[in-house]
Design a protein around this ligand. Structure first.
Ligand code: ATP
Ligand code: AMO
Length: 462
């Protein structure tokens, strides 16, 4: 027997062929002393395997052994593909495997903390039935089992595609991948959300973002850079969209004259990404997620809508909202604006630009025509923020002044400010939260679902 076959590849074209698969015994159903069914799962795809006594091939003892397998044990199955006349319920593949040999590679405990069946059910299936609902803490406490569900598999396959497209797109656009330190001397974003630690006797922080060093890479003449790496925020609120550690997809680039060049990159990158996620390769993963957590496909335009912050404020005011024209939008206002934009422009993905300066970090460039505003933007999916970006202050004295005004201790960022004194080009960039992109593209309600081992204010294990 030559090669392994993947469960997802089993189809009627393989009828009568001998195949070899490895997966988990999801369910084991003895029918009699002569017969048993085992549903084998591999990466969220399942196939029904039929074991029947056959002289010289399958003994009664073997049927007995298989009937005693525990769920989630790792098994190796050699058998012949067959096509039944009736539809197969409880398996993704519409063929069966007539077992000739079955080995148990590793046996799981007879009782697991949660079952895949319970963890895979949608709210709709649970509603009205006496079925077990597995709550989020139980899922996260037993994350390795929860990850095995079709939706769990789908989410992280989609996440992998998002970071792959991010890297691939930026490489083809001439960006250089960099890796900046995560142990740094001071806060990079300002604010209190910083993990402080002792660095061999010196005070230090876990990086709140690669902000300072990605800009310093521009000072080091790498004209366009990007990074995929961990970002640490000592969030003290417990929300559906904040983690204490998340994956930042960061970009920084020289610009010729206007920060719209940075928004052009956002536009092309995300339209490419959404197109790719909607292609054939990700279809089964999106379907697996939607089966458990139904969602509508994301509505986006070929050319991303760019809406001025002031226009957004006006739309909210016209809809009867009370909003501060120079303040930040709160979560509720962002959602509301998302709905208004969808109604008016038919898109759930858009850029809001020219934010009030007062609500942006110290390194943000003020607008030259009105310094109450800044050359900055946020990007939204379904009314929630996934990206912040801006043109940066490249003039060292202004940068120092802005840092002081924002309450930053400039002695902790002196090497950063010095870098600007050695000559700094016009530049800008943006940061994307990977877990938020996946959460919002799939219309999921909680960021803990899209972080493999989430870290939030209450959780540091598993
Ligand atoms: P960024 O850090 O880039 O701004 P973010 O989405 O985390 O990204 P925040 O600044 O934390 O944004 O919050 C944006 C808005 O969301 C705030 O102005 C605030 O009104 C609201 N918000 C933040 N945390 C909470 C919370 N725990 N509960 C309710 N609203 C919140
Ligand atoms: P910002 O603080 O907005 O900007 O972060 C960028 C993006 O990261 C995501 N994000 C989070 N995701 C999960 N949990 C959190 N606690 C969390 N906080 C933020 C969001 C957000 O849009 N240096 C700038 C970026 C830049 O200007 O280049 C920055 O860090 O998706």
């Amino acid at each position: 027997l030559s090669a392994w076959t993947k469960v997802r590849e089993l189809n009627a074209e393989l009828k009568d062929k001998e195949i070899l698969i490895r997966g988990r015994a999801q369910t084991v159903r003895p029918v009699s002393k002569n017969m048993a069914f085992v549903v084998v799962r591999e990466s969220g795809f399942t196939v029904q395997c039929v074991v029947t006594v056959q002289p010289e091939i399958v003994s009664r003892q073997m049927v007995k052994f298989i009937s005693g397998l525990t769920s989630e044990s790792i098994v190796e199955v050699q058998g012949i593909v067959s096509v039944p006349n009736v539809a197969i319920k409880g398996a993704t593949q519409q063929v069966e495997v007539q077992v000739r040999k079955l080995y148990c590679v590793n046996r799981a405990l007879p009782t697991l903390p949660i079952t895949i069946e319970d963890a895979s059910r949608s709210e709709k299936e649970i509603a009205g039935e006496q079925l077990v609902r597995v709550n989020q803490d139980t899922r996260l406490n037993n994350r390795v089992i929860d990850l095995r569900t079709p939706a769990g598999q789908g989410i992280f396959q989609i996440q992998s595609e998002v970071s792959y497209v991010f890297r691939e797109f930026l490489h083809t656009e001439g960006f250089v991948e960099i890796h900046t330190p995560k142990l740094i001397a001071g806060s990079s974003e300002g604010g209190a959300a910083v993990f402080r630690l002792d660095y061999k006797g010196q005070p230090a922080c876990l990086a709140q973002s690669p902000q300072l060093h990605k800009q310093m890479a521009i000072a080091g003449d790498f004209g366009r850079v990007f990074e995929v790496g961990p970002v640490f925020r000592a969030e003290d609120s417990y929300t559906h969209r904040h983690l204490c550690e998340f994956t930042g997809l960061d970009v920084e680039m020289e610009i010729k004259s206007h920060y719209s060049e940075v928004m052009d990159v956002v536009d092309k990158l995300f339209v490419t990404m959404f197109d790719r996620l909607n292609e054939q390769k990700c279809k089964p993963y999106l379907e697996a997620v939607a089966k458990q957590h139904p969602f509508e496909p994301l509505k986006y335009l070929r050319k991303t809508l760019r809406l001025k912050f002031e226009e957004g404020i006006q739309m909210l005011k016209d809809a009867g909202e009370v909003v501060d024209p120079y303040g930040d939008l709160n979560t509720e206002a962002e959602r509301k604006l998302g709905n208004l934009v969808l109604k008016k422009y038919g898109t759930e993905f858009y850029i809001l630009y020219r934010y009030p300066l007062a609500v942006r970090p110290f390194y943000t460039m003020p607008c030259h025509d009105d310094t109450k505003y800044s050359n900055s933007f946020d990007v939204f999916i379904r009314g929630e923020e996934i990206i912040s970006g801006a043109q940066r202050v490249h003039v060292p004295d202004l940068l120092e002044e802005r840092a002081k005004a924002c309450g930053i201790d400039v002695s902790t960022i002196s090497t950063y400010i010095d870098a600007f004194r050695y000559g700094m080009p016009l530049h800008g960039g943006f940061g994307v939260g990977l877990e938020r992109v996946v959460m919002l593209f799939c219309g999921l309600k909680n960021i803990r679902m899209t972080s493999m081992f989430p870290r939030d204010p209450r959780r540091i294990a598993p």
